[in-house]
Design a protein around this ligand. Structure first.
Ligand SMILES: C[S@@+](CC[C@H](N)C(=O)[O-])C[C@H]1O[C@@H](n2cnc3c(N)ncnc32)[C@H](O)[C@@H]1O
Length: 219
């Protein structure tokens, strides 16, 4: 029997696969730490988010037609989760300010549109992108931005979201990063989706949608 026709036992491939995954996790961790050391406030975390946080952040996003906009994808933990949920890679728009991460995302997700851009300037940067965005998934460290810039991100994102689209944001803080009076004033409804204690540090995920009245007024 030639070596090629010998039955392959799973025990031979499992350690190889898991060591490849462990290696790629280590590489991502290093990329994160390295980028964080250069720009701690912008990166906002010393390690990528956990798979559990990625699952919760993307749990309501489906493969429905329409594009998905991801803000601050970093090494692409949420991007992968979006693909696992059936979103087509070519329907992804990834907005990343750190050049190191943007280059890595371009290599990892060649069919996605990677914008090396500042998410605070979404309206200008996305002017050429069609408006059919069904969901925005944000890993931006909003708490490290001024309140004015946090609002600019939200307003910019909703400028591209379809009427029933939703914006997902996680935070390490105890509350959504904008006060209720601000979100109310702009017609946004903020709901807590859940908390992931297994993330380091634990993180809470919020869903932001347009209030029905503002949807009606905007129509
Ligand atoms: C906390 S990390 C999250 C990365 C990834 N989503 C995750 O959960 O592992 C924040 C990411 O947002 C990016 N970022 C920060 N400010 C940004 C901005 N103004 N515009 C675009 N990306 C930004 C950082 O470079 C980094 O990739």
């Amino acid at each position: 029997m030639s070596p090629a026709s010998l039955p392959q036992t799973p025990s031979k491939s499992v350690p190889l696969a898991s060591s490849a995954t462990a290696y790629s996790r280590l590489r991502d961790l290093w990329a994160f730490l390295h980028t964080w050391l250069r720009s701690p406030a912008r990166v906002g975390a010393i390690a990528p988010s956990s798979a559990a946080l990625a699952r919760l952040m993307t749990s309501e996003v489906c493969a429905a037609p329409g594009r998905v906009l991801e803000l601050g994808p970093g090494t692409g933990v949420f991007t992968r989760a979006l693909l696992e949920r059936g979103v087509a890679e070519e329907n992804l728009i990834l907005v990343e300010a750190a050049p190191e991460f943007a280059a890595l995302l371009e290599r990892r997700f060649p069919a996605a549109q990677v914008l090396r851009a500042d998410a605070r300037q979404l309206p200008r940067r996305l002017a050429r992108v069609d408006s059919g965005v069904s969901a925005v998934v944000s890993g931006l460290p909003l708490r490290n931005l001024s309140r004015r810039h946090r609002l600019a991100v939200l307003l910019g994102a909703f400028g591209h979201l379809s009427a029933d689209g939703a914006f997902y944001q996680f935070t390490y803080g105890a509350r959504f990063p904008l006060p209720r009076s601000w979100t109310d004033r702009h017609g946004f409804k903020v709901q807590r989706l859940g908390r992931v204690y297994g993330n380091l540090p634990p993180a809470t995920v919020y869903r932001v949608t347009r209030r029905a009245a503002s949807r009606w007024i905007g129509a």
